[in-house]
Design a protein around this ligand. Structure first.
Ligand code: GDP
Length: 369
């Protein structure tokens, strides 16, 4: 009978068959005295505290467990996909524990951004989505902007409590956790990975100097984000890696913009006005007349209108049409989760249709910038 070898770091049974399943360790390392799984190996070596992806139910069960602890909850959201990455309902699951909102990827906004206004916007949006936060910090984990503030604020707010870090996938949680690991952890101390009671999840615990820990929770997958449903290879064209260069289009009614072949935007009704696109520069935008849009799509999808490419079209959900009415006198963004947003600059009001893959979050919001 085969004996189970367990990871010396977290206790998970080791296996060398599948890299993508927890407990993986290369065959050659299994005979070592203190064999550890790839995840613990990465944590020990500070490279990558990878998130394990779980379904919503498991995730909520995990969050439910936070309510019975005495802790600080750090919720990381992606500024570029704010409404798509905010965990609505977080409040219900964390109980009375304070929530610190960390808004990541601010490096993506144009340099001229008014940061005070942005902070107010973030706080208002969080409040409106039912989240009560004790503080908000804007940062860029990648460009190391505002990170000292994040560490300092966590230090001040946690008192002598544990810290739970929660977020959707791709918000930059691993990038941030890796920074926290290198800021907080003492090389000589053993980093432990432990199991959440009542779930099958493994969590990364970064020991703090007072016997408390920072606990990294798995990234939650929201299928309402374009970034989650497109083929992996196309992610690079959706996730911007440089500051956004807003592109302004003067449109007459009955004109259409295609974002690759992923999303179609129709200006259905309204006075001539400008719309400003905030999306990755790697995503091609094509402009056409509304009456020609269907035919153009049929002829050019998968090639000129890509991503998705020809081979990937079949794997994408079909489009749903969202009719949005932009009220007179207001400054609104047409937000498409994972794609970015289109700011309607006109104050005369407009009716627009957004065609997006089924299930993707499409909504109007007060303009971010
Ligand atoms: P996780 O899934 O939440 O753990 O996110 P990752 O840390 O793996 O980051 C997801 C993607 O966002 C990667 O492509 C990162 O390079 C990118 N990313 C992380 N932090 C930032 C940031 O501050 N700015 C920008 N522009 N990209 C970031």
């Amino acid at each position: 009978e085969k004996t189970t070898i367990r990871c010396a770091g977290c206790g998970i049974p080791l296996q060398s068959e599948d890299k993508n399943i927890p407990g993986y360790a290369p065959e050659s390392t299994l005979s070592r005295e203190e064999a550890i799984c790839q995840r613990c190996f990465r944590i020990k070596n500070y490279n990558e505290a990878s998130s394990i992806t779980v379904d919503q139910d498991e995730f909520l069960k995990l969050l439910g467990g936070i309510a019975s602890t005495d802790s600080l909850v750090v919720h990381i959201v992606d500024l570029f996909d704010f409404e798509g990455s905010i965990i609505s309902g977080l409040q219900r699951f964390v109980g009375n524990n304070p929530v610190l909102l960390v808004v990541n990827k601010i490096d993506l906004l144009p340099r001229v951004t008014n940061w005070n206004r942005l902070r107010n916007w973030v706080q208002k949006q969080a409040r409106e989505s039912g989240l009560k936060v004790i503080d908000t910090v804007l940062c860029s984990a990648r460009r190391n902007i505002g990170f000292d503030r994040v560490v300092e604020t966590i230090g001040n707010l946690r008192g002598s409590r544990d810290v739970y870090v929660v977020g959707a996938t791709n918000v930059g949680k691993s990038t941030l956790i890796n920074r926290l690991i290198s800021d907080y952890s003492d090389l000589k101390r053993e980093l432990t990975v432990s199991r959440y009671p009542g779930t099958t999840l493994d969590a990364v615990q970064i020991p703090l100097d007072d016997d408390r820990s920072i606990i990294d929770t798995p990234g939650i997958v929201y299928e309402s984000r374009l970034t989650e449903i497109i083929p992996r290879g196309d992610l690079g064209s959706l996730l911007p890696d440089k500051p956004l260069k807003p592109l302004t289009y003067q449109l007459n009614e009955k004109q259409t913009l295609f974002f690759g072949g992923l999303v179609r935007f129709d200006f259905v009704e309204g006075e001539r006005q400008s719309f400003t696109v905030y999306a990755s520069g790697a995503l091609p935008v094509h402009r056409t007349k509304l009456e020609k849009a269907d035919a153009l799509y049929e002829e050019h999808k998968g090639v000129m209108l890509s991503p998705p490419g020809k081979d990937e079209l079949a794997s994408m959900p079909s489009w749903t049409r969202h009719r949005l009415r932009i009220p007179k006198g207001s400054s609104q963004d047409i937000f498409v989760s994972g794609l970015g947003w289109i700011k309607a600059n006109g104050t005369a009001g407009a009716v627009v249709d957004v065609h997006a893959p089924r299930g993707i979050k499409v909504m109007l919001r007060d303009s971010m910038i």
